[in-house]
Every structure is written in structure tokens, then in C-alpha cells.
Design a protein around this ligand. Structure first.
Ligand code: AMP
Length: 208
């Protein structure tokens, strides 16, 4: 799944993973888990993550590869982020004898993305994503006890930098996947269930 930060890749990947049984692999989650663990690797990637910069390609590729091997079907969220990573993914897939069914791009204008990201909160207990205005975290004794955390890189400086990187390095991947004839574009400004419906319909068409 491709698309700028805040387009809803994580939310959609969670929903589609539930519907299809494909494993959701989010490289941002791998990075944050590594940082939280306090490992040497976590220390090495922490600054990049907090500033909204990309982690070096070699590191992210090595972190992602083992997860591709573990499952027959997956949704890759947040990877590849540039052409070098796309080529590394192709090589890994060739070694594994696998092919991508589709590259789904979720699209939304920057103004909306900034608004979504700055209001985003994640439950530390369940990993579920909320928005302070559009989908506020439950208060009191709700089924999700929280706490509800704002990601380090969801602050204004980092958000701006992440969108800049997206436009410069990740968006050009659309052409890469157009050439492979597997690109699907979905309007991510729609309501969450509508986006899921469009993605599922596109995957079914690709499957046919
Ligand atoms: P995300 O949750 O996908 O927005 O990723 C959060 C952060 O993790 C990014 O801003 C990068 O620092 C790092 N990261 C995640 N995926 C990649 C990737 N494919 N290449 C480089 N850095 C990544």
C-alpha cells in the first residue's frame, strides 16, 4: 500500500487484513517496536524516526525481509518508500518465488493529511488509531483503556518533512508500478468503509 502519511494506510491495512487474512506488515510499526525495545538497532533508527526522516535503505530492507518470508499473503504498509527499496523488494520477491498482486495508492490532498496527522492518537493498549475530533478515544471505562499517545513524528515539523519526502521519493513509485501494470489508485478522502470497499473491489479485479 502506497500513499502519503495520514491517507489511512494503517487503518485500511488493518481492515483488509481482517477481511482477507493477509498479514499486515507495517514497517513504521517495526521501527517503533525496535525503538521501544531499547535495542541497539532501535537506538540507531530513533533519531530518523523522530525527525520524520527515512531510516537508511539497508536497515529497513533487512528489518522487513524476514517478515515477507513468514507469511504466504501480506499487505505491505509503508514499504517501499523509494525506488531503491522497490528494487530490493523485487529482488526479495524473486528469491521467494512471489509476485505482487497490486500496488494500491491512497490519495488525499496535503491540507487534509496535516489535519488528520496532527489529531491522530494511538492507543498504547490496543494499537487502535483515533482522531481527537473525528473519532475520539473513548473516555472512562470504555473497552479501550488507552493511554492514547501522540506519535513523536506526528508533530508539525516532522509532519511537514514526511510529506516532503513522500512527494519527492515515494510518489514517483506510482510510475514504477504503472509500468508493471499493477497500480490501483483509490480516493482516500472518502469515509473509511468506502475506501475499504474500493480497495477490495480493485484487488478482486486484479485477481480476476
Ligand atoms: P510510518 O509509520 O510508516 O509513517 O513510519 C514511521 C517512520 O519509520 C518513518 O518516518 C521512517 O523514519 C521509518 N520508516 C518506516 N518505513 C520506512 C521505509 N520503508 N524506509 C525508511 N524509513 C521507514
Amino acid at each position: 500500500m502506497l500513499g502519503p502519511q495520514g491517507a489511512g494506510k494503517g487503518t485500511q491495512a488493518q481492515r483488509i487484513s481482517r477481511e482477507t487474512g493477509a498479514k499486515h506488515i507495517a514497517t513504521g510499526d517495526l521501527v517503533r517496536a525496535e525503538i521501544k525495545s531499547g535495542s541497539e538497532l532501535g537506538e540507531a533508527v530513533k533519531d530518523y524516526n523522530n525527525r520524520g526522516e527515512l531510516v537508511p535503505d539497508e536497515i529497513i530492507i533487512e528489518m522487513t525481509k524476514p517478515h515477507l518470508e513468514k507469511h504466504d499473503a501480506w499487505l505491505l504498509d509503508g514499504f517501499p518508500r523509494n525506488e531503491a527499496q522497490a528494487r530490493a523488494l523485487d529482488e526479495a520477491l524473486e528469491e521467494l518465488g512471489l509476485e505482487l498482486d497490486a500496488a494500491v495508492v491512497l490519495e488525499a490532498p496535503d491540507k487534509e493529511l496535516v489535519e488528520r496527522l496532527s489529531g491522530r492518537r494511538t492507543s498504547e493498549a490496543t494499537g487502535k488509531i483515533y482522531h481527537v475530533e473525528h473519532d475520539p478515544p473513548p473516555e472512562g471505562d470504555g473497552e479501550d483503556p488507552g493511554p492514547f499517545i501522540q506519535r513523536e513524528d506526528d508533530r508539525e515539523e516532522s509532519i511537514r518533512r514526511r510529506l516532503e519526502i513522500y512527494h519527492e521519493h515515494t510518489k514517483p513509485l506510482k510510475d514504477y508500478y504503472v509500468e508493471k501494470d499493477i497500480l490501483v489508485t483509490v480516493d482516500a478522502t472518502q469515509a473509511i468503509p468506502e475506501v475499504t470497499k474500493d480497495v477490495m473491489a480493485a484487488l478482486e479485479r486484479k485477481d480476476a
